[in-house]
Ligand binder design. Structure first.
Ligand code: SAH
Length: 228
């Protein structure tokens, strides 16, 4: 019957989504340097209701392994990229992380399953409030969303164990490196907006020195800037 419940449909869809992620990890294993992602990350991907973060019209496509529009010209990343970026952060249950680019709040929800506290910044006011409400409705009370330019980070809550930027920047924002704890990790797509970018992993060592390496070619919407 056409009225098959959402729950049974999404359980199967979510399983297919996890299978797609595993396949894509296998296909990119030489680039990302691993055969499998952290089990906790995969469990979080299985748990977060992705269909609740996309518009009603797109719900039937929520689990397709590709990006989806979330309004205001922005997109929610494909599940594989969300999983990979979460894995690269090496999240621990006691981690405090910053996300730049809340968008729908989906990536924040995945992180909220993995860490103690997520601070997430979004430059488009309407998206920030919608995501904040959605996350609250879903019971994610360890996510705090704020409207603002994430290029400058969120100094009041720094330093962070991890920072994830889900919009492409021409360079690594110095304030974000500054707000990283020694031993912390920053995951960010770097490159020109109209082009393909490199997903970079930036690590701050115990002595404060910084190293970075490129993990994968990706395509993100641009990091925009508010007027200073
Ligand atoms: N992580 C999101 C998808 C992000 S799309 C999700 O899971 O749905 C990138 C988002 O970054 C967009 O919503 C865009 O408005 C936002 N953004 C762009 N520049 C920004 C900036 N300087 N500070 C904060 N958010 C920014």
């Amino acid at each position: 019957m056409v009225t098959a419940s959402w729950t049974s449909a999404t359980a199967a869809d979510r399983k297919a989504m996890l299978r797609d992620i595993l396949e894509e990890v296998a296909m990119t294993r030489y680039e990302i340097g691993k055969d499998a992602l952290d089990e906790r990350v995969m469990a979080a991907m299985a748990k977060v209701p992705r269909e609740r973060f996309v518009g009603t019209y797109d719900r039937y496509r929520a689990f397709v392994n590709g990006p989806l529009p979330i309004g205001y010209g922005q997109t929610i990343s494909q599940p594989y990229i969300v999983a990979l970026m979460s894995d690269l952060l090496e999240p621990r249950p006691d981690s405090i992380v910053l996300e730049v680019g809340t968008g729908s709040g989906y990536q924040a929800a995945v992180l909220a399953e993995l860490v103690q506290q997520v601070y997430s910044m979004e430059i488009i006011d309407a998206l920030a409030s919608a995501a904040g409400e959605r996350l609250q409705e879903l019971g994610y009370d360890n996510v705090t969303v704020r409207h603002g330019d994430g290029y400058r980070g969120w100094p009041e809550h720094a330093p962070f164990d991890g920072i994830i930027v889900t919009a492409a920047a021409p360079h690594v924002p110095p304030p974000l490196v500054e707000q990283l704890k020694p031993g912390g990790r920053l995951v960010i797509p770097i490159g020109e907006p109209a082009d393909i970018q490199q997903l970079m992993l930036v690590e701050k060592r115990g002595d404060g020195s910084v190293s970075s390496r490129s993990m994968l070619m990706v395509a993100f919407v641009p990091l925009t800037r508010s007027q200073p």
